[in-house]
Write a protein that binds this ligand. Structure first.
Ligand SMILES: [Zn+2]
Length: 534
């Protein structure tokens, strides 16, 4: 991938250190990678075909069936679990956005990574901030224990950089339309501008189609979805098309190039104190939404990412770093129903919040929008100024949806608030317990609607968005959790680890104490790193 070439050039100057098979007591650099929308089943399906970075990681400790345990399997909650050890119920990040019907602003939709204290802030036009994250992330804990530890976050989405980087990273960079950006008052290392220039040059050129491997070629079958045909795209792109650049393997290559460049310029892992590099790779998600995850597009994305991850690790090797990697995902995903066939289906348009609101209002003889929500599932908000009216709307909605063939459950606020946080194996949690894990009394809706499995909550795809995630079902909850370092003893682990277990496990590796009462996850035993007795 040409975007990584300049970075490989930078790194070539660094002296290569002899590889050591001995894992020292503490890594100098933790590299935490989230591959947005990489489900456990998708990883397992592609695993035998990987030859690059994914293959290297596959030779570490692999929990192929890890869990994002909560019902809200979305980007912001998912990324927040990875390095905080906290379920969304504790982190406060219950969705990509939620509603505050009492907010003193016109737009009642609150974005997870906005600073709503900034005058004029809205769900679409905001200052990027960790303000809503109620807990510290690993980087915050590392810096509290040792202020000389450095924390860098680089991501394809602003919310991913925020939720993995925590409250006080040294650098936080995210992709914004056609370049990486950071906060207005943040330091701008020269290498960031160099990577942006490389990106601009790549973007200004047309991109030829990617040549598929026979494995990917076999997946290239055209599928009609609305007015579009998906399944056979090879990422050919005209010069300057930033949208096509973003929803392609090029975005992840650029993100890895930025991460590698910052690692080298900032000398991460060279100070004698453990540093943290958090990376979120967004292209798999953007590809999944645009094409579904069962066609040639996803195959080419994962094949290219595998190769680019290999190049990225080669850079870290050449820098002579003693690093440990954890790779996981913020959530999984579901392929388009048009390719899967029955029982997979698209949601009944009557379940969209506007239609549902109109039906409930008519039933109760009310006027206006009585239910607000972001889609046909998840949190639904009802005005709370009149408790009797609120209760009547909740009851009418439940009655209306009872017996709907696509509705699994409609959970009320009081019902979720009264439940204890679930514990034990996430495999055995009930749908209501999964919803409880992403319930926050300050931010959750009056109702939480869960759809049946295999229902894609996009009624009729009109734009480029054909597939999604967000359900409480295994295809959205299961994600790989992989640990790797040089010389690690290979292990296949079948226990259902959770992404909230990652933070305490990494903390154990670097000798950081995290009180069990402050988090939901637990340390996982890894070769050479036994967890403290509990
Ligand atoms: Zn997504």
């Amino acid at each position: 991938m040409n975007l990584l070439t300049p970075i490989l050039f930078f790194a070539a100057a660094a002296a290569a250190l002899p590889a050591s098979a001995q894992q020292p007591a503490r890594p100098d650099l933790i590299v935490a990678i989230a591959v947005d929308q990489l489900s456990g089943p998708l990883f397992s399906q592609y695993r035998p075909h990987f030859t690059g970075g994914f293959k290297r990681l596959s030779e570490g400790v692999v929990f192929a069936t890890g869990y994002q345990a909560q019902a809200a399997t979305e980007t912001c909650p998912g990324h927040a679990t990875i390095l905080t050890g906290a379920h969304p119920a504790r982190s406060g990040i219950i969705a990509n956005s939620w509603m505050n019907l009492n907010a003193a602003r016109e737009d009642k939709r609150i974005y997870c990574a906005e600073d709503e204290r900034v005058p004029g802030s809205s769900g679409d036009n905001y200052t990027v901030s960790p303000f809503h994250l109620k807990v510290p992330a690993l980087g915050d804990r590392m810096k509290a224990a040792n202020p000389r530890s450095r924390v860098v976050a680089v991501a394809g989405k602003d919310r991913s950089a925020v939720m993995m980087g925590g409250h006080n990273p040294d650098h936080r960079w995210w992709w914004s339309r056609d370049r990486f950006v950071t906060h207005a008052d943040a330091p701008q290392p020269p290498v960031a501008a160099q990577v942006n220039s490389s990106v601009a040059r790549a973007l200004a050129q047309a991109r030829p189609a990617i040549a598929p491997s026979p494995f990917c070629e076999a997946k290239a079958k055209p599928i009609q979805v609305g007015q579009r045909t998906v399944g056979t795209n090879r990422y050919q792109r005209v010069a300057g098309d930033a949208s096509a650049f973003s929803a392609s393997p090029e975005l992840d290559a650029a993100t890895l190039a930025m991460a590698a460049a910052l690692t080298q310029q900032l000398q991460l892992g060279k100070s004698g104190h453990t540093d943290l590099l958090a990376i979120s790779l967004a292209a798999t998600d953007l590809v999944g939404h645009r094409y579904g995850n069962g066609g040639a597009e996803m195959c080419l994305q994962l094949q290219t990412l595998d190769s680019d991850l290999g190049s990225f690790f080669a850079v870290l090797d050449r820098l002579g770093l003693n690093y440990a990697v954890v790779l996981t995902a913020d959530h999984g995903g579901l392929d388009i129903p048009e390719r899967q066939g029955p029982p997979a289906t698209r949601v009944d348009p009557a379940l969209n919040p506007k239609a549902l609101s109109a039906a409930v209002a008519q039933r109760l003889g009310l006027n206006g929008e009585v239910i607000r929500g972001d889609g046909a599932f998840g949190d639904m908000y009802i005005d709370r100024s009149d408790p009797a009216r609120n209760a009547a709307i909740q009851t009418a909605t439940k009655e209306l949806l009872a017996g709907h063939p696509q509705v699994e459950a409609v959970l009320g606020f009081a019902e979720l608030a009264a439940m204890p946080l679930p514990s034990g194996s996430p495999e055995s949690w009930t749908p209501a317990q999964r919803a409880r894990a992403s319930f926050d009394p300050e931010r959750s809706g009056d109702l939480v609607v869960l759809l049946k499995p295999q229902v894609t909550p996009i009624a009729s795809p009109t734009g480029t968005y054909v597939a999604t995630h967000g359900s409480p079902w295994e295809y959205d909850r299961q994600v790989p959790i992989i640990f790797w370092w040089k010389g690690i003893q290979r292990q296949e682990r079948s226990e259902p680890a959770m992404t909230v277990d990652i933070m305490p496990t990494l903390a154990r590796m670097i000798g950081l104490t995290v009180p069990a009462a402050e988090i939901d996850g637990r340390c996982l035993d890894l070769p050479g790193y036994r967890c403290p007795a509990r």
